[in-house]
Design a protein around this ligand. Structure first.
Ligand code: BGC
Length: 689
């Protein structure tokens, strides 16, 4: 019975009728992508991302086309001049869930305008170690923050009736070893550290999940029944489908039994092998039926839902989206140091803009997340346009320290743009089917995990020789994660983390430098004073154990002060915090704090709430982020930041009992501007179950 209904129960009824009417071959045909190699090798000249790909699903009997797929997460990866937003890590630094939702809407609109039905844009793997090559594609080190940002992107994207993929389930945070590494992790650590953000996006209605390449506890993720069935589908009640990561993500037809619904991008195993497995009794036909029910359920729900607007190609890379990309870049840049040099005067100053990256289009990774926008404003172009004739501007982008010093000596201020490109960090794709890998030796070695957490010697030489002139130095750092800055930070009068800032990055940078807008970004990770304070990392690991602690929880445990705390960022204005208060209303705790902009300009502050576990009966982090609020206030303005917690903010996973448990102890509540400058609420939170 075909109904065209959007009602979920009626769709299930329709599938009850449809599925038994299909033969095994027809059903298995929905469980894989098709024609990827045909296009990639013979038509597209080994260029990846130049078209939408068939990623499984589709059913002729009910006029459903296969899923039409492209990647994210810094924009829609198709060659149509799509909007390039700042990378996810930058957006993580904005802590602005409302903006992330609007970015999701913009990506959804562009995806629909280009005929896509599935957008793989929600990368929420936890940043365990800053060397991870794909740091830039995720939002940061904290599960709560990751979940909130990811859920907002899901909601925005899916509001346009395009499905979003949350990836890569799970514990995918070493790039070079991603095809082989076995991540050993206890059930408790998995539940408390590596999965909460996935649960959050599933609860937000995310239609699909991509399994990771790596293994978790001895099973490749596409074959990991515990992850895909026990936890995701059974325990969390996920109604959507799981598809594999591409090309090297699946190892046999048995993945279907483990809970994988679609193999991408080709039916290497989910074709004849799977048909044979069912016929020979190795795989139950009910498994196939369940997989196609999940796929078709989502396809029907999304394809029948009423669209909020009509889509047209003119939406792609449009002015409104470029504006949003600028807003995102402005809100994401993090002022890490300012000895009174910023903001710059608009008139009369002599400014030198220096460094190899100053005029380079540097938008991030050239792997699956690459985006080709209609234009991109470099830092130099943005500054030039902003200051016009009011400022005497000189530039040198050779990176030569002597030339830079000569120009700096004739200037009042030197703006240095340094950091990384897609050669230093990004997706790493070794081997013969290497997507986009050409014969160029240098290109073949691009990306992967970072070899160093420091700036290159060339960048450090540049900073040193410019600083030696006595001219004020502003260092703008490009990159997707933490940078160790100790050997040069003292030489800088100001340091600004500008990330890979998207197509409007240069415009945003100029507006921040000249005070049109106050910086408001805050680091979504901590930076230690010493690399030995980080967890163990090996980019070539065959196996590795992930423990309870990394980032700020590890620094807290070891009692070491970070160079830059999690959640840290400066502003051109000042914020004063009141005393936090707690009120219990039924099953909920309301925590409130007054915030005042006591400086002279408008600015935004990210108020952070942490729960302290010092009284815990078992080993737990000293504190964990459990809420954040970004508030924009005019000079002199006051507002209340309010947080609402339920008991899940306090529980831990009890492995023996296989459930979440609440200790009967007082929990401290901390509120403040970053993880190292917190005020404890005078009333602890005591929860009786
Ligand atoms: C990446 C995924 C991506 C896929 C398809 C893989 O190598 O890990 O994030 O979605 O390629 O491009």
């Amino acid at each position: 019975m075909k109904t065209n209904s959007t009602d979920h129960a009626l769709i299930e009824k329709e599938l009850d009728d449809l599925i038994p009417s299909l033969n095994l071959k027809e059903k298995v045909a929905m469980m894989s992508g098709k024609d990827f190699y045909k296009y990639y090798f013979t038509v597209d000249n080994r260029q990846f991302g130049v078209r939408a790909y068939n990623a499984g699903g589709g059913c002729e009997q009910i006029d459903l086309a296969p899923l039409s797929y492209a990647d994210g997460p810094r924009g829609v990866r198709l060659p149509n001049g799509t909007t390039c937003f700042p990378v996810s890590m930058a957006r993580g630094a904005s802590w602005d869930v409302d903006m992330e939702r609007r970015i999701g809407v913009a990506m959804g609109v562009e995806a629909r305008a280009l005929g896509l039905t599935l957008l793989s844009n929600v990368c929420i793997n936890l940043l365990r170690h800053p060397a991870w090559g794909r740091s830039q594609e995720t939002y940061g080190e904290d599960p709560h923050h990751l979940g909130e940002m990811g859920a907002a992107l899901v909601e925005g994207t899916q509001s346009q009736n395009v499905m979003a993929t949350a990836k890569h389930l799970a514990a995918n945070s070493i790039e070079n070893a991603r095809f082989k590494v076995d991540v050993k992790v206890s059930e408790r650590v998995l539940r408390e550290v590596y999965l909460p953000h996935f649960k959050r996006v599933v609860d937000a209605g995310c239609a699909t999940v991509m399994s990771a390449y790596n293994q978790v506890n001895g099973h490749y993720c596409a074959h990991n029944e515990h992850l895909l069935r026990d936890i995701l589908k059974d325990e969390w009640g996920f109604e959507g489908f799981v598809h594999s990561d591409w090309v090297k993500g699946v190892y046999g037809a048995d993945a279907a039994e483990s809970g994988l619904d679609i193999e991408n991008p080709e039916p290497t195993f989910f074709g004849e092998d799977l048909v044979y497995a069912v016929k020979s009794g190795e795989t139950k036909e009910a498994v196939v039926d369940e997989a196609i029910r999940r796929i078709l359920r989502m396809q029907l729900r999304f394809s029948r839902a009423a669209d909020p607007q009509i889509y047209s190609e003119s939406d792609v890379g449009c002015a409104a989206h470029a504006d949003l990309a600028r807003e995102a870049a402005e809100k994401s840049m993090v002022l890490l140091k300012n000895e009174g040099v910023l903001p710059l005067a608009r008139n009369g100053a002599r400014i030198a803009v220096l460094g190899k990256l100053a005029d380079k289009v540097n938008l991030g990774d050239h792997g699956s997340s690459n985006v080709t926008p209609p234009y991109a404003v470099t830092p130099l172009a943005g500054i030039e346009k902003h200051v016009a004739e009011h400022v005497e501007l000189q530039s040198d982008t050779s990176g030569d320290p002597a030339t830079a010093a000569t120009l700096a000596a004739k200037s009042d201020v030197a703006i240095l743009v340094v950091g990384y490109t897609y050669f230093d960090e990004g997706e790493f794709i070794p081997g013969d089917v290497a997507l986009e890998q050409d014969d160029d030796e240098e290109e073949a070695h691009r990306g992967g995990d970072r070899n160093s957490l420091r700036l290159s010697d060339a960048d450090v030489d540049l900073i040193r020789s410019v600083a030696a002139t006595g001219t004020k130095v502003i260092v703008c750092v490009m990159g997707g994660g933490a940078v160790m800055m100790d050997e040069w930070a003292d030489l800088a009068d100001a340091i600004l983390m500008i990330w890979y800032p998207g197509m409007e990055g240069g415009t945003a940078l100029a507006r921040i430098l000249f005070g049109d807008v106050s910086p408001s970004g805050k680091l979504p990770f901590s930076v230690p004073t010493d690399e030995n304070h980080l967890p163990y990392f090996d980019k070539h690991a065959d196996d590795i154990t992930y423990g309870m602690y990394h980032g700020y929880t590890l620094l807290d445990r070891d009692g070491v002060t970070p160079a830059l705390p999690f959640g840290f960022g400066l502003s051109y204005t000042r914020f004063d915090y009141g005393e936090p208060t707690l009120e219990m209303v039924g099953e909920l705790a309301y925590i409130r704090v007054e915030l005042k902009n006591s400086g002279a300009v408008t600015g935004a502050e990210v108020v952070q709430l942490y729960v302290g576990f010092q009284n815990s009966i078992i080993d737990r982090p000293e504190k964990l982020l459990r809420g954040f609020k970004r508030l924009e206030l005019a000079a002199g303005e006051t507002a209340i930041a309010e947080f609402i917690l339920d008991r899940t903010a306090l529980t831990h996973y009890n492995e023996e009992a296989e459930c979440w448990h609440l200790d009967d102890v007082p929990f401290d509540l901390f509120v403040g501007p970053c993880s190292d400058a917190l005020t404890c609420c005078s009333t602890p939170l005591v929860w009786k179950d």
